[in-house]
Design a protein around this ligand. Structure first.
Ligand SMILES: [Zn+2]
Length: 301
């Protein structure tokens, strides 16, 4: 008989090392999306033929939100900040899971943004628009800042609705306004903090960046929003999502990155792929697939 002695809290984080760096993956939770957000313009029967073997339900696709935390001797750096309180009860869990990982919000020194979409920036401010991480400096690409703060960003190459895109812009503008005195811009030329190399990957947004994280001779890549799910966007990288600001450019970048990852068998971290988002890309007969890392015991066991 199963005896429940004490309710244990499930681990909202996992820890690993890269050379001198201490890393955590912390979950912000999951958000379900209407599956029509994926492969716009492609017949649902074609899409479902690929999804059928992988998902029990293809009406909604849940996306993970994996936040990478990097501890060096004098910094605690987060890459992106999740959904905050704006995406339902199963998301916005970053602060409580960070604390579980031994990191209170006021200990975070830096937050580096891959791009300024709501599911990456909304966790930086609370319902009253106050900073959640009071001592954190915020780093974003200048291209990304300029795009969202412009009077009329070019949304003509997106397959998303004008209403959603305008709402996204309002959230980005509010966020940049609240954080204006803590903003720092990067261009991709220089490494941040000595271990984080920004890699421009335009299309999803104009200033969308991946990051190479290096310590000693070890490296892995944070792939940001190059792929949002692990089935159709690997088998058919052209099919894309409505989330891409420039649909065609995002597809071209996705294919280029997939090819490079498959060629190098590079360890990859992915923000939206199933927890904890670590794996590599394989290519067989011109088809890419995601190979998640395998854990034989719970992390930290
Ligand atoms: Zn995203």
């Amino acid at each position: 008989m199963y005896i429940e002695e004490e309710k244990s809290v499930p681990a909202g984080f996992m820890a690993f090392r890269l050379g001198e760096l201490e890393l955590r993956v912390v979950t912000d939770g999951a958000v379900p999306y209407d599956s029509n957000c994926f492969a716009p313009g492609i017949s649902r029967s074609q899409v479902n033929a690929l999804w059928h073997d992988h998902y029990m339900d293809t009406k909604t696709i849940a996306l993970a939100h994996n936040i990478l935390v990097i501890k060096s001797h004098n910094r605690i750096v987060l890459i992106d900040a999740g959904n905050g309180d704006k995406a339902g009860k199963d998301a916005g869990r970053l602060p409580e899971n960070l604390l579980q990982a031994g990191i209170p919000v006021n200990a975070v020194t830096d937050i580096v943004l891959t791009h300024a979409h709501p599911d990456h920036i909304n966790g930086l401010t609370d319902a009253l628009n106050r900073p959640v991480f009071p001592h954190a400096q915020v780093h974003v690409s200048k291209t990304e800042f300029d795009f969202w703060m412009s009077v009329a960003p070019d949304f003509s190459n997106s397959k998303n609705s004008k209403m959603t895109l305008s709402a996204m812009q309002r959230q980005a503008m509010d966020f940049f306004t609240v954080c204006h005195d803590r903003l720092h811009f990067f261009s991709g030329e220089d490494k941040l903090f000595g271990f984080l190399q920004p890699l421009h990957a335009p299309g999803h947004t104009p200033g969308h960046y991946m990051f190479a994280i290096t310590s000693g001779n070890e490296t892995f890549i944070h792939s940001a929003d190059i792929f949002h799910e692990e089935v159709i966007l690997f088998a058919q990288p052209d099919w894309g999502t409505i989330f891409d600001t420039d649909f065609a450019l995002a597809a071209a970048t996705r294919k280029k990155v997939l090819e490079q990852f498959a060629h190098t068998r590079q360890r990859v971290f992915a923000y939206h792929l199933p927890w904890p988002g670590l794996g590599h890309v394989r290519k067989i007969n011109d088809t890419y697939s995601w190979i998640p890392e395998r854990y034989m015991t719970p992390p930290g066991y």
